[in-house]
Design a binder for this molecule. Structure first.
Ligand code: ADP
Length: 499
């Protein structure tokens, strides 16, 4: 069984800002359940240490670029047996709150240095150059914060295999050339075949150019990012590496997201007994100070308030939507302009729209349980987890046909309804009119309660456990351990001439 080191910048329940945290908290646990020796390496953020339970120092060592020693703290990911190492270096990680942003929502100015340190520790561990005895066969990295790990390891003759999972290509970790110099990275990495991206340093390119395998969190996203529309300027490189690039759909934690056992809910329920949903709807309307109206369609939305999630489309739709017989509850935080616009609309439609700005795990569960429909009109969506939670909670997702949404929600076309396959409402274009029409379609479907209940139950019976993804990842690890690696020197020039 392979020994796999997971390197990441967040993991639920230690610290989480989005889907990445859910995946890193779930996938290695599922791999361990299949027999793999998976372990996790994360920065010892102030808040992660606070949630970690018992920790002991297992190694102290020097890392290039830092005067002080780094300590590795060992514990178990809470609620699991997964060995977790936290990199204790207070100057980099000892700050409370969000791992990437300060309390005013600005990126920490030393993020490049902080995540270069994470990469350097990961590389030392992977190469057996720390006092720890354990050495991985595969180093599995996630998103730009870990992009330097495959780049550093590629400089070595003897190294473990590397896998890089792209959770969101839109966040690339771009920094000026001076930052590259100040980090003291191998000068050979400064080239358009390496980390250089239009004169800047790109962390994510370290993963994309150097990892032995590239994975996206859904098959559709793997295809999309090879196009100019979704490729963020990296589609050329991704097309060049297409033979190393595949999609493996994320799973979800079906213990945490289980309507039959969810402690956050007013009433538990299951696919066989969906009546409990009514109580959750009433409780949610009360919690959001909306009129308790069992017949009115209650639409939920949870997520980051950024353009990616199509919140601008929802805002554009609001005046027309608020004339329909619906209520809308929103939970999220993000860009100030969207937060303000939502608050302003809430004042205008107090009986129809209610908004909570912030991050609230329990409320996210109650929305998934209490709403009739869940809105995800994303412009792009690498996988998306909320629609999977919605399916599991019998809440009909209304989604755009993009990325992981396209891979997981089956549209309520006549044919799919007839075959008993429909699970949601899927629309094509990122336009307010298309979104409004999709909501209209959902409202019409809901009038036929037999069809609606059938759709709910079909969704609730879908299997999105981590077992499937973990089995696919395990096959992949085995393949690359057999030596099917990226040969050094065979790399791609990602920049178009003249740019
Ligand atoms: P992304 O990773 O792009 O933000 P995903 O749908 O993949 O989107 O995952 C988002 C995760 O974060 C889900 O588990 C969702 O419930 C959670 N989440 C997002 N915003 C909030 C919030 N404001 N309060 C509670 N949970 C949230």
């Amino acid at each position: 069984m392979p020994k796999v080191l997971f390197v990441a910048s967040e993991a639920h329940p230690l610290i989480k800002t989005g889907g990445l945290g859910d995946v890193v908290g779930g996938l290695p646990v599922a791999l361990a359940a299949l027999g793999a020796d998976a372990r996790l390496l994360l920065p010892a953020y102030h808040d992660a240490v606070a949630h970690a339970g018992k920790l002991k120092t297992v190694a102290k060592f020097q890392v290039t670029g830092s005067a002080d020693q780094v300590q590795l703290l060992e514990g178990r990911l809470p609620g699991t047996r997964l060995v977790t190492w936290l990199i204790d270096f207070p100057a980099a990680y000892g700050r409370p709150g969000n791992p990437y942003l300060d309390s005013r929502g600005r990126l920490w100015p030393d993020n490049a240095w902080r995540f270069a340190l994470l990469a350097r520790v990961a590389a030392l561990l992977a190469l057996g150059r720390t006092p720890l005895k354990w050495r991985p066969d595969v180093v599995h990295c996630h998103d730009w914060q870990t992009g330097l790990v495959p780049a550093l390891l590629a400089q070595e003759q003897q190294r473990p295999a590397t896998v890089f999972t792209i959770h969101n290509l839109a966040y690339q970790g771009l920094f000026p050339h001076e930052t590259f110099v100040s980090l003291g990275l191998p000068p050979a990495l400064w080239s358009i075949e390496g980390l250089e991206f239009h004169g800047q340093m790109s962390f994510i390119k370290g993963g994309l150019a150097f990892a032995d395998r590239l994975i996206t969190v859904s098959p559709t996203y793997a295809r999309e990012i090879q196009t100019a529309e979704f490729g963020g300027g990296l589609d050329g490189l991704l097309r060049h590496r297409a033979d190393r690039l595949t999609g493996i759909l994320n799973g979800i934690d079906t213990e945490v997201w289980n309507p039959a056992r969810d402690p956050f809910l007013a009433k538990q329920y299951s696919a066989r007994r969906t009546q409990g949903k009514i109580h959750n709807k009433r409780a949610l309307q009360q919690e959001y100070h909306l009129p308790v109206a069992p017949k009115t369609a209650l639409i939920g939305m949870v997520g980051r308030l950024v353009e990616q999630k199509g919140i601008d489309l929802v805002l554009e739709t609001l005046p027309a939507l608020m004339r329909r017989p619906v209520q809308l509850v929103v939970l999220g935080s993000g860009e100030a302009r969207f937060e303000e616009a939502l608050r302003a609309h809430m004042a205008r439609y107090p009986k129809r729209l209610s908004v909570r700005i912030g991050y609230d795990e329990g409320l996210a569960h109650r929305i998934e349980a209490g709403a009739d429909m869940f809105l995800m009109p994303s412009r792009f969506e690498p996988c998306g987890l909320n629609q999977l939670y919605s399916l599991r909670y019998g809440t009909i997702p209304i989604v755009r046909r993009v990325g992981g949404l396209a891979d997981t929600v089956v549209d309520a076309s006549e044919e799919n309804i007839k075959n008993g396959k429909a699970t949601g409402v899927v629309f094509e274009e990122a336009r307010a009119g298309a979104l409004l029409a999709a909501i209209g379609r959902a409202l019409a479907l809901r009038r036929n309660s037999r069809r609606w209940n059938q759709m709910m139950r079909t969704g609730m019976r879908q299997d999105f456990t981590w077992l499937h993804s973990a089995t696919e990842y395990l096959q992949l690890y085995r393949q690359i351990m057999r030596g099917n690696r990226t040969p050094p020197g065979k790399r791609h020039v990602s920049r178009k001439k003249g740019k």
